[in-house]
Design a protein around this ligand. Sequence first.
Ligand code: ME8
Length: 520
Amino acid sequence: MSSRYYITTPIYYVTDAPHIGHLYTTVAADIMAHYHRMLGQEVWFLTGTDEHGQKIQKKAKETGETPQGLADRVVQRYLEAWKVYGIEYSDFIRTTEERHKKVVQHFIKKLMDSGDVYLGSYEGLYCIPCEAYCTETQATEGKCPDCHRPVEKLREESYFFKMSKYVAPLLKHIETHPDFILPESRKNEVLGFLKGDVKDISISRTTIDWGIPMPADPKATKNHKVYVWFDALTNYISALGPLDKNPKYEQFWPEAIHVVGKDILRFHAVYWPTFLMALGLPLPKQIIAHGWLTDSNRKISKSLGNAIDPIALSKEVGVDAMRFFLFREFVFGQDGEYTKEIMYQRINADLANDFGNCINRVTNMIPKYMGSNAIDVDSYLKESSELKTVALEAVPLAQKEMETFGFQRALENIWKLVSGVNRYVENNAPWTLAKSTDPKDKQKLEQVLIHCHESLRIATLFLTPFIPSSAKTAMKFLGTEWDLSHPAPLKTQLTWGAGPKAVTVTKSSPLFPRLEIPKE
Ligand code: ME8
């Protein structure tokens, strides 16, 4: 494992406020950033906003703002949502910032000098919402093959990027780096595309004003702006600072992991790597594409009118409950149908009935049956029990799943432990053992309670990146917040018996009260 970890989200368009889909990607990256910090790695977590291009220009015209005014207003909505959800990004980049524009122009100039960007002309069908050209055959009935909205005919003098030149090297890279694109099914889509007829792509626009100017060129007859996808993708490097002798770039760029929705995989897995190859720069380490949250099997999106406001959801069910639900319910690489009913059921079943209830029961019974002084847990933990067996088996499996963004299966494994505690309590009935006068029963009672406590300590520690604030509170009740102050708690404290030797448990208040499912 490298000592550093660099994770990014897409930079979101400032046409509208964030919705649950943007939340999904951003929380995924935040969980991974948090998880890797807790593994003791030095983490850089980048997010931001995509503020140039036709889409923004058009929207600003509709709202009667300047494009910059629109960006300045909408970016606040992102900052606010990420604050509510406790997103701990290291940097937030906006593509209208000088530090970004400089790098974009430097890159384009370099490619013009090397001949990989050349002047030509282009006529084609263009989808403004997707900011992408498509062919006549792709555009059935004049509709974009991706979003099914009408395409427009555009003819432009244009700069082109020699993408075709880099197809073979990219195929080789994908072959020799099997984890470059995950999951496997999405990788196959990219391979399918690369094995088709890949053409050079248009890299500039003359039809817009709102963009970064192409470098001056006496051969050009028009005023060109840099294609918004070239501009946007560059953020992953421009945010690290200037390339020359920049330790942040040198330390973090080779570790880059881009988390994206499947809608923008091609831009990340084909366009971006070929740009980088042409620039002579190393490729990111990995691109992870997740599926869409859907509503009646349609992608949830602002433009389709079915967007859901993350801040409203946080008020309705709570921040941690939302963070947990999104990654316990849906398999990361696949689409997932979102409904309120599924959300309420999942939160009530797993957080109120299972996790919250376990914490409550165990932190209630320990002071009641063992007193409220510090308890030395060491000798109890040496004993074997079914919970100890589950912990030793399921936790390493959960850790393994996290290596490939397998959130849902990771949590499933942790839940073997959480629901195991409830079952263990039922089967061993501490309240009956407590009534017995036999010293063996007293010994058994204490062992049962401490094994439950240890299972919950481990589960809570693992859950910290998912439900940071509730996990911290639970650790306090368990008397094990000591774990969290450790420099690499997920590396050293997650095994059975690795927590504090003595714990003082206090009775908890409910962590996740049961939610009433609203009648729509
Ligand atoms: O594409 N389900 O920005 P964007 C899951 N600016 N994730 C979803 C989603 C859904 N229904 N809807 C959106 C852009 N997302 C470009 C990116 S990067 C250099 C430039 C998430 O505002 C998902 O991550 O349209 C998707 O890829 C992203 O939001 C698109 O955000």
